[in-house]
Design a protein around this ligand. Structure first.
Ligand code: NI
Length: 171
């Protein structure tokens, strides 16, 4: 099932999500499949559950955008455990379509998370993957990338979005 992507302005995106406590259930496996399907349909490389209106600490990532099944990654209850170096690249978000801004992030990042069976693992990523770990974990903490850019740029984006809301071009 493909869920519609929730857009900026919906409070679920700025609410810390709830921890997952039940693993390896048919519901969880189905939900993860739906998350990948929804992410691919939206042409994203990462998706957090609040972005489809479900306030749970679950994110999926696929830097290959569906080209390589081995690149699929499920992060449940993720925590960032190490950040090294720095990179500044343009970042966007499926919940804030039409906008991209440079965001400074760590270049090499280690995340600790659980998989669908509840097993804890750590994974280190660099560059795009490091950025995805940080961006998606931020989502689960109710934080959007535009909170990491200048106030001036953020206000400009908010103004443009308000216009689009009025024009009926944002929902
Ligand atoms: Ni996002």
């Amino acid at each position: 099932m493909i869920y519609p992507i929730v857009k900026y302005g919906n409070p679920v995106l700025e609410t810390p999500a709830e921890a997952v406590t039940e693993f390896d259930t048919p519901e969880l496996h189905k939900f993860l499949e739906d998350m990948f399907e929804s992410m691919y349909a939206a042409k994203g490389v990462g998706l957090a559950a609040p972005q489809i209106g479900i306030s749970r600490r679950i994110a999926v990532i696929d830097p290959s955008a569906g080209e390589d099944p081995a690149k699929r990654l499920v992060l449940i209850n993720p925590e960032i455990v190490r950040v090294e170096g720095a990179q500044t690249e343009e970042e966007g978000c499926l919940s804030i379509p039409g906008f991209r801004e440079p965001v400074k992030r760590g270049r090499r990042v280690t995340v600790r998370a659980q998989n669908a069976r509840g097993e804890t693992f750590e994974k280190t990523g660099e560059d795009l993957l490091a950025r995805a770990f940080l961006h998606e974990t931020d989502h689960l903490n109710g934080r959007l990338y535009i909170s990491r850019i200048s106030v001036l740029k953020r206000d400009l984006i908010r103004r443009k979005i308000r216009k689009r809301v009025k024009a009926g071009d944002w929902e």
